[in-house]
Design a protein around this ligand. Structure first.
Ligand code: UDP
Ligand code: MG
Length: 336
């Protein structure tokens, strides 16, 4: 059988406490495979020693590649960059913090050899995550499923293996504010899952604080659903019907009772409530317009400061052909 190359993409952001351990465990698993591999770290603008550690690793291990972003562009963008550079026949995306156990990769490769194009890791158990995170995450995947027409499997993260075909198809998708796992589901292909228990973080803390999580959740929903926009019409209809009913009450009271012109309070309540509804709807529309604006500007998805060992003729910014920033192979003095 022809040897096939496995690429592994690891996005890292301020992971100095875990990145070396993660390199060791991944390398252990990958060396045991019969296939050649490449390990691509995408440094997403870390402000700690992560980049230095990665440069040192690159200096000693030719299988390790580094893509160093000019600043923090976000997890989903880092994954995208890694996939753009990957040259393997199968590409695996895995978190750096060892919450996704590297030992699951061989099982994914087996499924891939059986003929599946996408093998996603499905979280059976989640250890060491707060109740809040597990609850919000479970709720998010279910709401997303209700809101979208694309069948995005629940409780799967970006830990997955994709075939070269899928990776190439993904490169055609240029949208910003990306929800990568959703786009992969949208692409179709033959998909399956392998279950695993999500471990707790090896060290350090989550890079997804509440604010980023909300942003991420809205990106996911907005990329795959217009339903929030439709909410305006539904709420509008409901409110009009209620308003009309109340109008009848008011007219009745005026004509047949003496209790007219009482409530300043009720006027205020109604006005505050409706202003709130209107502003909320404007906000939702604004979110979509903001995304249209992002697309219209057509900026590159990311900008790379430097790359180490990256062989592929892949471009240095997201999507567009060969720009001038960043230089291939420019070695940092620390890189041995
Ligand atoms: N990450 C990144 N850029 C960011 C945030 C996170 O590259 O802006 C990386 C991070 O280093 C890790 C992965 O994305 O490898 C998942 O992040 P994290 O473990 O913090 O998320 P959680 O597992 O808590 O959802
Ligand atoms: Mg994590």
């Amino acid at each position: 059988m022809k040897q096939q190359v496995i690429s592994v993409v690891v996005p890292v952001y301020n992971e100095e406490a875990v990145v070396f351990e993660s390199y060791k465990r991944l390398t252990g698993v990958l060396k045991a495979l019969p296939d050649p591999y490449e390990l691509i770290f995408v440094n997403d603008g870390s402000r700690d020693a992560t980049a230095d550690i990665l440069r040192r690793i690159c200096g000693t291990d030719p299988a390790v590649h580094l893509i160093d972003f000019a600043r923090n562009f976000g997890h989903q963008t880092a994954i995208t960059a890694g996939m753009n550079y990957a040259s393997g026949d199968a590409v695996v995306v895995i978190d750096a913090d060892l919450q996704d156990p590297p030992e699951v990769i061989p099982a994914m490769i087996d499924k891939w050899r059986e003929g599946y194009d996408v093998v996603y890791g499905q979280r059976a158990k989640r250890k060491g995550e707060t109740f809040f995170k597990r609850f919000t995450s479970a709720a998010f995947y279910r709401v997303l499923q209700k809101l979208t027409d694309v069948d995005i499997p629940v409780d799967t993260g970006d830990f997955r293996l994709i075939d070269r075909k899928v990776c190439d198809a993904l490169k055609q998708v240029k949208e910003r504010n990306r929800y990568v796992r959703g786009i992969i589901s949208w692409l179709g292909f033959k998909q399956t899952g392998v279950e695993f228990d999500r471990d707790k973080r090896f060290a350090g803390e989550t890079k997804y604080p509440l604010k980023k999580m909300l942003r991420f959740a809205f990106d996911a929903i907005a990329s795959f659903s217009y339903k929030p926009l439709k909410l305006a019409s539904y709420v509008g209809v409901t409110v009009s019907i209620t308003g009309f009913a109340y109008l009848l009450v008011v007219v009745y009271e005026k004509l047949f009772t003496t209790m007219t012109v009482t409530g300043w309070t009720s006027m205020m309540a109604v006005s505050l409530f409706f202003n709130g509804v209107v502003l909320m709807m404007l906000g939702i529309i604004g979110e979509y317009i903001g995304r249209i604006y992002d697309e219209a500007k057509g900026r590159p998805l990311y900008v790379v400061r430097e790359t180490l060992h990256v062989s592929g003729a892949e471009k240095l910014t997201g999507g567009e052909p060969a720009p001038a920033h960043g230089r291939e192979g420019r070695r940092h003095p620390l890189a041995a």
